[in-house]
Design a protein around this ligand. Structure first.
Ligand SMILES: C[S@@+](CC[C@H](N)C(=O)[O-])C[C@H]1O[C@@H](n2cnc3c(N)ncnc32)[C@H](O)[C@@H]1O
Length: 227
């Protein structure tokens, strides 16, 4: 192991079940440095969450948390009301057992790219929460839209967002692990904004952030949607 990698691993926890660095299949797209980039840029949403989430928000959904759930970061845990209810939507079995071992949370164990996603999401929401609409006050979607049919996701979660609730999106188009990318990923930041508006969302805030790392091919989109 390189000296730099040892130093990095002292600061960050980068060994995750099912995603060990030793057996990393994705080369430099998911080596120690790439994992640090993911962790650091996932945190880009934090100031927006802290600024925009109203105190009254009770029900939260984090889509694609991986091993770095922002809704259980120290900053969020210290700030948000203690009786908040957190759900995760995730399809990686290792991530799901890691999350359920550690956190008081519900899990929607669903594959967004499955043809059955829409029906299964409705069924899970009914089974777990007894609701078919207007449930979540806050939904986060950070660094996942490149891997999924993002329009389908935005369409299917629309009914479950509370009126006046917020969706927070954090993404760099074409950045991540390319072999896992979806053909239905966004082609530009403007495309995401247009798609959201076409689905009925209102844009509360849109910002493009300059690159944090040279590897990022485009400006980062921070988008806050409401309905
Ligand atoms: C790059 S990680 C993002 C981690 C974190 N949210 C961040 O901002 O850094 C992408 C996450 O999306 C999940 N994911 C990818 N494809 C998915 C799918 N088809 N259905 C559900 N979750 C998926 C992965 O398992 C992983 O947790």
């Amino acid at each position: 192991m390189e000296k730099d990698s040892i130093e990095i691993e002292k600061v960050y926890e980068l060994e995750w079940p099912g995603w060990s660095l030793e057996n990393n299949k994705y080369g430099e797209d998911f080596d120690a440095e790439a994992r640090v980039r993911m962790i650091e840029t996932g945190r880009k949403l934090l100031p927006y969450l802290l600024d925009y989430i109203p105190d009254s928000s009770k029900n939260y959904l984090e889509i694609g948390p991986f091993f770095t759930p922002i809704l259980f970061s120290d900053e969020i845990t210290d700030t948000l009301r203690k009786d908040r209810q957190v759900s995760f939507l995730e399809n990686d079995k290792n991530v799901i057992s890691w999350l359920t071992d550690r956190f008081d949370c519900s899990v929607l164990n669903l594959d967004i790219n499955a043809t059955t996603f829409s029906d299964e999401l409705k069924q899970e929401m009914m089974t777990q929460f007894g609701v078919h609409e207007n449930f979540y006050d806050v939904i986060t979607i950070s660094q996942i839209v490149n891997y999924i049919d993002y329009k389908l996701l935005l369409k299917n979660i629309y009914p479950f967002l509370n009126t006046g609730g917020y969706i927070f999106i954090n993404n760099v188009v074409d950045y991540g692990i390319p072999v896992l990318f979806s053909e239905k990923r966004p082609k530009s930041n403007q495309e995401i904004i247009n798609a959201a508006i076409a689905l009925g969302y209102k844009v509360k805030l849109q910002e493009e952030l300059s690159k944090t790392f040279n590897e990022e091919p485009h400006y980062r989109l921070i988008l806050i949607l409401t309905k």
